[in-house]
Design a protein around this ligand. Structure first.
Ligand SMILES: NC(=O)c1ccc[n+]([C@@H]2O[C@H](COP(=O)([O-])OP(=O)(O)OC[C@H]3O[C@@H](n4cnc5c(N)ncnc54)[C@H](OP(=O)(O)O)[C@@H]3O)[C@@H](O)[C@H]2O)c1
Length: 423
């Protein structure tokens, strides 16, 4: 049975359309979680470009300690006098390697998810949490950042998919602000800036369509891992790249938009826009449409969120209006991309449904990346996991984590069965 509950944030969305942004001292001190990932490295690039405006208060990685050391050395080269950040390394073995890096031991936090939360709670005078973690692992630190009243530049959309209601409540308690990093939601935020909720008719999220936008259904069974990872417009981490190929990423973004902007699901639409030039649109009640356009460069929405929705200078490619060609929009194909429907249904059902959806997807994507599951089998793993597990409410973090763990176990069994059948 679906859990039919209005989101607590309805009428009071997570993203404040009109509220002034937090007034924060300069330099902004960042807690950067997932520093070695795609979002993390682009954040480091922004620090290199704005050494007077941005500083690191804490950083994390899962296992890539050597990459993290190299990134911290790059930051130290432009900020030789800045205080040194706390460091969380979640993988226990990797943390042992990290303890041997000269100067790191006194600044090392706990291993595992606890270290991520410590990075938020123990950092000295932090102002902004940049959550560049991948997956449901991001929820705990997002909640900690919300309770601490930080600006949260949120790339980790899974935080809102798994715990949208929990994050909304923690943000209200802590006086935090959540500013989206996803280019689509950053676009919508810019179109909504200064508006009132009553002016808004619907949100339109654009999707590139991924590498299989025009691939006939019959050929999808044979696509390779390399083809799945060959995204036409964006260079990102492996999980979101797979999600972009299945359109699960867009499904997760629909749920993210619901929590951020407080609109019901039937007023959040998706259109395929292959060029990734129009990053998303807002339609107002008089039929006016506002869109935000730009080159596909994640540093633009990332910097905009970190800066508190101010356009700081950023050198880089500019959109060539005369050379960009026609803007094409298409309807997504629900037959070839069932993940979009699965995500929308789970979002509507609420409670543990989106938790189960997300966990099953994480397991299926990891199996694809490990060469154990075909691209076409991903939606089946998610649908079967959702069908097998009972639904319930998510009233606190432990309920979300419990549903997440059960769904992972169930999905892993389903993956094993399919992998054995395919052998
Ligand atoms: N990349 C983009 O352009 C983009 C755009 C929009 C939204 N997003 C969103 O941003 C988030 C991050 O994406 P990404 O592409 O940057 O991912 P990514 O490149 O895979 O990086 C993930 C980061 O998180 C760490 N990590 C992975 N699993 C972890 C775990 N279980 N516990 C703790 N740390 C873990 C990784 O550490 P190691 O490197 O040590 O493994 C790495 O630093 C995702 O939610 C994604 O949907 C990304």
């Amino acid at each position: 049975m679906p859990i039919d509950r209005e989101p607590e944030s309805a009428g009071c969305p997570l993203y404040p359309f009109q509220r002034p942004r937090l007034s924060l001292p300069t330099p902004l001190r960042l807690v950067l979680l997932g520093a070695t990932g795609s979002i993390g490295q682009q954040t480091i690039d922004l620090i290199r470009r704005h050494p007077d405006r941005l500083q690191l208060a804490a950083v994390s990685c899962q296992g890539r300690v050597e990459e993290l050391a190299a990134l911290l050395a790059e930051v130290a080269a432009v900020q030789p006098d800045a205080p040194l950040p706390l460091i969380a390394v979640t993988d226990a073995k990797a943390r042992e390697r990290a303890a041997a890096v000269p100067g790191w031991a006194p600044r090392l936090l706990s291993a595992g998810p606890r270290g991520l939360v410590e990075a938020v709670t123990e950092a000295q005078a932090p102002s902004c949490l940049v959550n560049g973690l991948v997956g449901a692992a991001g929820l705990g630190p997002t909640l900690a950042g919300a309770e601490r009243g930080l600006r949260i530049a949120l790339a980790n959309k899974e935080s809102l998919v798994v715990g949208g209601d929990l994050v909304a409540r923690a943000v209200r308690r802590g006086g935090a602000e959540v500013l989206p990093v996803d280019s689509e939601h950053a676009a919508i935020a810019q179109c909504l800036s200064g508006r009132h909720g009553a002016e808004v008719e619907r949100l339109v999220l654009t999707a590139s369509g991924g590498p299989f936008r025009t691939t006939p259904a019959a050929e999808l069974a044979g696509v390779t891992r390399e083809q799945v990872l060959n995204h036409p417009t964006w260079r990102m981490g492996p999980k979101i790249t797979v999600d972009s190929a299945t359109l699960m990423n867009k499904g997760l973004e629909v749920i993210e938009a619901h929590w951020l902007f407080g609109l019901p699901y039937d007023r959040i639409d998706v259109v395929v826009h292959p060029g990734s030039i129009v990053h998303s649109l807002v339609e107002f009640v008089d039929g006016a449409l506002l869109a935000q356009l730009g080159t596909p460069d994640m540093r633009i929405p990332l910097q905009y969120a970190i800066a508190g929705e101010i356009h700081w200078p950023l050198a880089g490619g500019r959109l060539d209006l005369l050379g960009m060609g026609p803007l094409v929009f298409e309807a997504p194909d629900p037959e070839r991309f069932p993940c979009l429907r699965l995500a929308r249904e789970a979002g509507l059902a609420g409670g543990t449904a989106p938790v189960i959806l997300n966990a099953a997807n994480e397991i299926a994507v990891a199996a694809l990346l490990a060469g154990r599951l075909r691209y076409v089998d991903i939606p089946g793993i998610i649908a079967d996991t959702l069908a097998r597990l009972p639904r319930g409410p998510v009233d606190d973090l432990s309920m979300a984590l419990d549903a997440d763990a059960r769904a992972r176990t169930e999905a892993a069994v389903l993956v094993d069965v399919r992998a054995a059948a395919g052998r």
